[in-house]
Design a binder for this molecule. Structure first.
Ligand SMILES: C[S@@+](CC[C@H](N)C(=O)[O-])C[C@H]1O[C@@H](n2cnc3c(N)ncnc32)[C@H](O)[C@@H]1O
Length: 308
């Protein structure tokens, strides 16, 4: 009987785990890890947030989907597929692909199902499955490529997630991981309330078990999981008077992103209401300033499972 390798099934009892790179740290002197007391998701799963994810994927598509190495892939795994916004772009760019999206949110998967069902070229070319990134519900060697976008920043254990990705990929498969590097954000005119809010936004993400600085760590994480041919690219939005229209569009997008965390941050008492209103004022001022500067970088890493 033909068995679909992407359907969840119990893990085989034994298999040698992927080689993890050794570090020079002596046994018993492990690097202390920050306590991760809570789990959570700063952006939430409201219909507004789902709409925002759709707009975000379209808005950043040129930067995220530039020359992806999936032309020879047939079975692509997308971890943290959310509302299927990236899935739709992947299926458009690679007509031979079948994409399996996994996400822990049933609400986002439901939205992905209805979004993708409306797109003719996606018909019959995607599967969606609920599950945790850290324990992927797939067997060994089920896929020949993997795509992760804005997901490692939210998982409790990015190293374990990448170990899982490696486990389910065949030898030689490419993986592309796109992630935030939130220490890079700057605005001119100087906007102190926005920076206060941003600090609270990032600290809360850390408290919730995520990592808003994970972009800078992608090289180490991939190396530590035995991936090879690792390349990281820092992609920067440096928007000033050279590109005024793009700057205006981007500031509107960024304002929406910042405000997407505001209800959760205010409710948890992480930011004072005055800081949120101050930030809104500052963002309006930056949007009106003819000499405004927006600066932000994210990191995209490409790597491969070693060939046997
Ligand atoms: C910011 S969204 C990005 C969605 C999609 N990759 C995109 O770019 O539009 C992050 C997604 O990761 C999912 N997620 C967060 N932590 C997860 C975990 N531990 N396991 C599986 N999915 C997770 C969330 O449910 C959410 O759908």
């Amino acid at each position: 009987m033909h068995r679909d390798p992407t359907i969840a099934r119990p893990m085989p009892a034994k298999r040698t785990p992927p080689a993890r790179a050794r570090t020079s740290r002596p046994e018993g002197k492990r690097k202390p890890r920050a306590a991760k007391p809570k789990r959570g998701y700063l952006h939430g799963y409201t219909p507004d947030e789902q709409d925002r994810l759709q707009r975000q994927a379209a808005f950043l598509a040129d930067a995220v989907h530039d020359r992806l190495p999936f032309r020879r892939c047939r079975q692509l795994l997308e971890v943290g597929c959310g509302t299927g916004a990236q899935t739709e772009i992947l299926l458009r760019h690679f007509p031979q692909l079948m994409v399996t999206g996994v996400d822990r949110s049933a609400d986002n998967l439901q939205r992905a199902r209805s979004n993708l069902a409306r797109v003719p070229y996606c018909k019959g070319r995607f599967r969606l499955q609920q599950g945790p990134a850290e324990t992927l519900p797939f067997g060994f060697d089920a896929f020949d490529g993997a795509f992760l976008c804005w997901i490692l920043e939210h998982v409790e254990d990015p190293a374990r997630t990448l170990a899982e990705v490696r486990r389910v990929l065949r030898a030689g498969s490419p993986v592309v991981v796109t992630e935030v590097m939130n220490a890079t954000f700057f605005l001119d005119p100087y906007s102190p309330d926005t920076l206060r809010y941003w600090r609270a936004f990032n600290d809360t993400q850390l408290e919730l078990g995520g990592d808003p600085y994970v972009g800078a760590k992608l090289g180490n994480l991939l190396l530590g999981n035995g991936f090879v041919d690792i390349h990281t690219e820092v992609k920067t939005f440096h928007l000033d008077n050279r590109v005024p229209a793009e700057r205006t569009e981007f500031l509107a997008y960024w304002t929406e992103l910042l405000l997407s965390g505001a209800p959760a941050l205010a409710q948890a008492g992480k930011v004072a209401p005055e800081v949120i209103t101050g930030m809104q004022r500052e963002l309006q001022r930056v949007a009106r300033d003819p000499d405004a500067v927006f600066f932000y970088s994210f990191v995209q890493a490409r790597a491969r499972v070693p060939s046997v």
